[in-house]
Design a protein around this ligand. Structure first.
Ligand code: 2AM
Length: 478
């Protein structure tokens, strides 16, 4: 065969990815279970490059040069396993199967191991950027063996988004499931970013008394500063949009029940397993879930609370500035938590993920792309084993400078009855980390009291237990 890459599964993501490869000069074999989609792709977009349309799996495999590189773009889950089982028997040693779906990294680890035992490389690739990204340049997070990356990397570098400094937004994240893990955390951070922006909007609307159009303008201004990001930019677009049918702000006619597909939930589930405090991401997932409980909200609507009193124009302007500080500080915390999870996953699975490279490939192409990520990359460049983003001097200084306003915003929100779980959780994380002593000491005492779970002391090595039911003397445990 002559095709350097093949794509099977030609729904919109697969089709756009295939077109991206073709537009970058690669010969692309294309295949789909239902051949009509394959024909439609070549008919509509054949002029963009060189496609080899294959009607059967055998034809598809035969169209690929060796070692074969075969990208699967089907719905994550059983379909992925079905397609792997369809193609794996047709492949030879050294060939590479690439899963570009949103697989759970544990599935990717299982598939990688099974296929490795059959001599086939399996690369789970996180791809972010949606349909547009797939076509014009996504952020690409490949796992799998270093050997497979040597064969695949040069192709991915061509189709990936380019960061402002020109570097492609793709790197070999680490072995087996590392790519899908990092993509999962990316989505978790995305949930947190979106929740924080939503809280900022809610505060500007209720406390500052701004209209959606005024808030759109505020976000546009913020987008020229340190919050410069894709999500802030599209938020302004959404807020400025008017519903054609009612002539009302679009945001006022949309049902206020947020949905989710699952990657945010996975991030939190895995964080719980790894013992990583990703409280901001968790609050974002719970906020979506709470919004969807219509009956619960209905029966709670009459519960008492303060009536927010809108501020005058000058006060509102000052408040908006404080919200910007709160949003930025909370965002630093979200990324601190997300990168903690990346590093914890890397340690648990022996991936040796380079956090700075992860920040670097999120600078363009993906949903959380932001000027901010170049600063995170810089922090890790300066200190490769940075234990926490908050340990970086610049971020520590910035969050310190924001903290007064941040506290004021959280306090105002509580007083006026505006829910800000993201801002508040981020601030609690910050203060817990700062604390000289935490009440965890008391928790340990309680655990020892009711369950003889023992405790350690600040002044001596070892584990201890107090005879709470007896004379309350202390004994050495273990
Ligand atoms: P289809 O066009 O034949 O439905 C997204 O659903 C893409 O994945 C589609 O291209 C779809 O093919 C393909 N797909 C879904 N489930 C599949 C399966 N079990 N086997 C092969 N292709 C599948």
């Amino acid at each position: 065969g002559t095709a350097q890459i093949g794509v099977t599964g030609l729904a919109v993501m697969g089709r756009n990815l295939a077109r991206n490869f073709a537009r970058n000069g690669f010969t692309v074999a294309v295949h789909n279970r239902t051949a009509a989609r394959t024909r439609a792709l070549v008919e509509e977009f054949g002029g963009e490059g060189t496609f080899v349309a294959a009607e059967s799996p055998e034809e598809f495999v035969a169209a690929l040069e060796r070692p074969r590189r075969l990208v699967i773009m089907v719905k994550a889950g059983d379909a992925t396993d079905a397609v792997i089982e369809e193609f794996a028997p047709l492949l030879e040693e050294g060939d590479v199967i690439i899963d570009g779906g949103n697989a759970h990294f544990a599935d990717t680890r299982r598939r990688e191991k099974e296929l490795r035992e059959r001599g086939i490389h399996f690369v789970g690739v996180g791809i972010s950027g949606g349909e547009e990204g797939a076509l014009h340049g996504p952020s690409i997070m490949p796992g799998g063996s270093a050997e497979s990356y040597a064969s695949l990397g040069p192709l991915l570098e061509r189709i990936a988004a380019k960061a402002p400094d020109g570097t492609p937004c793709v790197t070999h994240v680490g072995p087996d499931g590392a790519g899908h893990f990092v993509k999962m955390v990316h989505n978790g951070i995305e949930y947190a970013d979106m929740q924080l922006i939503a809280e900022a909007y809610h505060l500007l609307r209720t406390v500052a008394g701004y209209s959606p159009e005024q808030i759109a303008q505020t976000f546009r201004t913020w987008n020229t500063g340190r919050l410069d990001s894709y999500l802030i930019e599209i938020t302004a677009e959404v807020l400025a949009h008017t519903d054609a049918a009612t002539d009302r702000p679009f945001v006022d006619v949309v049902m206020d029940q947020a949905e989710q597909k699952g990657t945010g939930r996975w991030t939190v589930q895995i964080a719980l397993d790894l013992g990583v405090p990703v409280s901001g991401i968790a609050e974002a997932v719970f906020a979506r879930s709470l919004s969807g409980h219509a009956e619960l909200r209905e029966v709670s609507r009459s519960l008492p609370g303060p009536q927010p009193r809108p501020l005058d124009a000058e006060e509102a302007g000052r408040f908006a500035d404080r919200v910007e500080q709160a949003l930025y500080a909370s965002k630093i915390v979200s990324y601190t938590q997300g990168f903690h999870q990346v590093q914890a996953g890397s340690e648990a699975y022996g991936w040796e993920v380079d956090a700075g490279s992860v920040a670097a490939i999120w600078r363009a192409g993906c949903i959380i792309r932001a000027a901010f990520l170049d600063r995170i990359r810089g922090a890790y460049d300066e200190q490769r084993d940075l234990p926490s983003l908050l340990a970086d001097k610049q971020f520590a200084e910035e969050i310190g400078a924001a903290q007064d306003d941040w506290r004021d915003v959280v306090a105002t929100a509580a007083r006026q009855g505006v829910p800000t779980p993201g801002f508040a959780a981020a601030l609690a994380y910050y203060d817990a980390l700062r604390a000289e002593r935490l009440p965890a000491a008391l928790t340990q005492g309680q655990r020892d009291f009711f369950g003889a779970h023992t405790y350690r002391r600040t002044d001596r090595e070892g584990s201890f237990h107090t005879l709470w039911g007896g004379d309350r003397s202390e004994v050495t445990a273990d």
